[in-house]
Write a protein that binds this ligand. Structure first.
Ligand code: NAP
Length: 256
């Protein structure tokens, strides 16, 4: 399915960073930010994944994609990546999107045991602290910090097999709202609960929301028209919600 072209903010001259930019969600954030005119820094542990990301982008966008080498999910390495980012920016970053870590489904919580639970919390929740700690200080005044979350902690029921990731996801949300309170709105900090299904080759069949719509929304959130949007948990569910927001006419509830 093709998505009609969506309006994008003017981010000409902006410098942005997408943690997890080589991933399923990150690709759409990177693509939209580049289309909006921004330079985009992408930390990665894998040259092959960076090369694949680059190859998925239109040729005229590739010059503004900048790779940074390392694991953004561990404190020391994230600090090293922040130093690389600082060296490539003049005056700091305009926007950061964090779309790291991945889905997890396992055995029932207690049957899975403590080590499995700790692994999920360490690999899915800790990176959100580490990345915020490294990159929030690099944001310019008026900048934007956005994390991607999933519906598992917010949907009606909680299934035993997704218990650990639901716990990580709920904790991610409270963590980001606490950091939002700490920044007081400068920079802006928001957690986007994304109800699309995105895979390595784009939007998965059956997803109501397209990856391009998610990307355009994330670019909007990083831009000047979202200047009042801070400290929100935004459930991104429908194409209409995205179109209303990009057109400057969001309805009550569209932005959390
Ligand atoms: N995909 C969906 O449909 C969907 C829906 C709702 C919510 N989400 C949420 O969105 C986030 C991203 O999902 P995704 O499907 O895009 O995952 P993904 O394809 O696995 O991408 C995750 C990216 O995170 C990066 N990363 C960097 N440091 C990491 C670390 N220490 N541990 C793990 N990953 C690290 C990886 O980059 P390198 O390997 O290049 O370093 C990887 O490309 C997750 O939190 C997920 O729950 C996804």
């Amino acid at each position: 399915m093709t998505t009609p072209s969506l309006p994008l903010p003017d981010l000409d001259g902006a410098t942005t960073l997408v943690a997890g930019g080589t991933g399923n969600v990150g690709f759409f954030a990177v693509d939209s930010l580049l289309r909006a005119g921004a330079d985009v820094l992408v930390p990665t542990r894998s040259n092959a994944k960076f090369d694949r990301l680059r190859s998925r982008l239109a040729p005229d966008l590739r010059d503004r994609l900048i790779g940074l080498s390392g694991d953004v999910g561990t404190p020391e390495s994230a600090r090293g990546i922040a130093e690389q980012a600082r060296a490539k920016t003049f005056g700091g970053l305009d926007a950061v999107v964090s779309a790291v870590a991945t889905w997890h489904q396992g055995p029932p919580v207690l049957a899975g045991g403590f080590d499995a639970f700790r692994d999920v919390i360490e690999s899915r929740l800790y990176p959100h602290f580490v990345i915020a700690e490294a990159f929030v200080p690099l944001l310019k005044s008026g900048g934007s910090y956005t994390t991607i979350n999933g519906p598992v902690a917010f949907a009606g029921g909680v299934h035993s097999s997704t218990g650990p990731i639901a716990a990580a996801s709920a904790a991610q949300n409270r963590l980001m709202l606490a950091i939002a309170d700490e920044t007081g709105g400068d920079p802006r900090v928001n957690d986007v609960v994304m109800w699309a299904y995105l895979g390595p080759n784009g939007t998965r069949p059956g997803s109501n929301l397209q990856g391009e719509e998610v990307g355009a929304f994330l670019a909007w959130l990083g831009g000047p028209d979202a200047g009042e949007v801070h400290g929100r948990t935004i459930h991104l569910r429908t194409p209409d919600q995205v179109r209303r927001t990009l057109a400057g006419t969001p309805q009550t509830g569209d932005l959390g």
